[in-house]
Design a protein around this ligand. Structure first.
Ligand code: SF4
Length: 393
């Protein structure tokens, strides 16, 4: 029969004073890697809402050549660089950060799904390499001896699903309930605070993105959209290519900062909406029906956005050995070629920073963009060659 629900009023159940006092002393490390570039506001706010002091939530530093050099010794398998470099971050947490003041735990959840703004998608799964990396890291740090136990640090890698809020609440309570001595009410409340922090962060980024795009239209300037995964924001993973473009005067927009207001996006997608090719502005079934992988699907949508915006050009980043990006290369190439959108692809970004060659590629592309924009402004139209540069890392 149908489930009958009735509202119940009861008092909020709090944990004991002793448990709260213990939480105030705990220190928790979080590696600054992978999809933490997306969900960090949630993780931090969740812990803070439960009474962990903000100074006791310790993130590793951004990736760098030094960080990587100091701790490349743990590797047991050889995946893409964003997954490999996580071991260096754990090393830093276990040594440099631990030496300053001991950590009680390192939290590196297996993130299996993330929420998506897209519609009509087959799923919101993360890359299996990404989701499994905490388990690989656990193996790497315990294969000869348990380095976490030796440092007196609990390693917490339980799975989290950010697509389904009820499941996420349950998973978080199973992860932290006993460890932190919290009640289920406190856990649920902290989850809500985490979700609110994520929403506020997204809104803030989108407001800045909108201001950037509005300004570009007013000044008749180009904006560079970084088409990449959340962790391609890490300067050690993108080899500071974004800074190179900014130094040349190009404002950089991230995928997350593209405004997601349907009313603002509607004029860009109007023809497709009217012709029925798409059901709404976040529908990508017209170009990629097999859209189960969350970050890949968002990259494809962002390419569609860039293709429809007159002042956006694209920097397409991808890491060496990325099996998730490979199926989208051709798609993104076709979308941008059809719309005559200039783009630079830097695929195969790896551990070694090819500093000189990246500089040359950036400057060559920037020069071509400048010429292209000038010729368009002087009425060159379809005759003007569109800069499309493709290169390995
Ligand atoms: S999506 Fe690609 S770069 Fe990211 S973890 Fe998976 S394989 Fe590595």
């Amino acid at each position: 029969g149908p489930v009958r629900r009735r509202p119940v009023r009861r008092a909020f159940v709090r944990s004991t004073d002793a448990a709260r006092a213990r939480r105030a002393e705990l220190r928790i490390g979080i590696p600054r890697v992978l999809n933490h570039y997306m969900v960090a506001p949630f993780l931090r706010t969740y812990l803070e809402s439960l009474g962990i002091g903000s100074r006791n939530i310790v993130f590793s530093d951004a990736s760098s050549e030094d960080l990587w050099r100091e701790s490349g010794k743990y590797g047991s398998v050889d995946p893409c660089f964003p997954a490999k470099v996580t071991l260096a971050h754990l090393h830093q947490l276990l040594h440099a950060k631990q030496a300053r003041r001991p950590l009680d735990a390192i939290w590196f959840p297996c993130i299996t799904h993330t929420a998506s703004f897209l519609s009509h998608i087959l799923g919101s799964s993360t890359c299996p390499v990404l989701a499994g990396t905490p388990k690989v890291a656990r193996a790497a740090f315990t294969k000869e001896r348990d380095r976490f136990a030796a440092a007196g640090v609990a390693f917490i890698d339980r799975a989290l699903n950010f697509e389904l809020p009820a499941l996420l609440r349950k998973q978080l309570f199973e992860t932290w309930g006993e460890r932190l001595g919290i009640t289920e009410d406190e856990n649920d409340w902290a989850c809500e605070q985490g979700r609110a922090a994520m929403a506020a962060c997204n809104q803030d980024l989108q407001a800045r993105g909108r201001a950037l795009l509005d300004q570009a239209l007013r000044d008749n300037r180009l904006v560079l959209l970084m088409l990449g995964r959340p962790y391609h924001d890490d300067p050690g993973v993108n080899h500071e290519v974004l800074e190179e473009f900014q130094a040349l005067g190009y404002p950089v927009l991230s995928l997350r900062a593209i405004p997601k207001d349907p009313a603002w996006l509607e004029p860009l997608f109007r023809d497709d909406l009217r012709s029925g090719r798409i059901a709404d502005v976040f529908d990508i079934r017209d170009v990629w029906p097999e859209n189960y992988s969350v970050n890949s699907a968002q990259k494809v949508w962002a390419a569609k956005f860039a293709a429809r915006h007159s002042h956006v050009v694209v920097l397409d980043l991808s890491s060496f050995k990325c099996g998730q990006d490979a199926p989208t290369y051709g798609l993104i190439d076709k979308i941008l070629a059809t719309s005559r959108t200039p783009f630079l692809t830097l695929h195969d970004l790896d551990a070694n920073k090819p500093g000189g060659s990246i500089k040359i590629r950036v400057r060559t592309f920037a020069y071509a963009l400048e010429r292209y924009w000038e010729r368009l402004a002087s009425g060159g139209g379809e005759e003007v060659a569109v800069p499309r540069h493709t290169a390995g890392g």
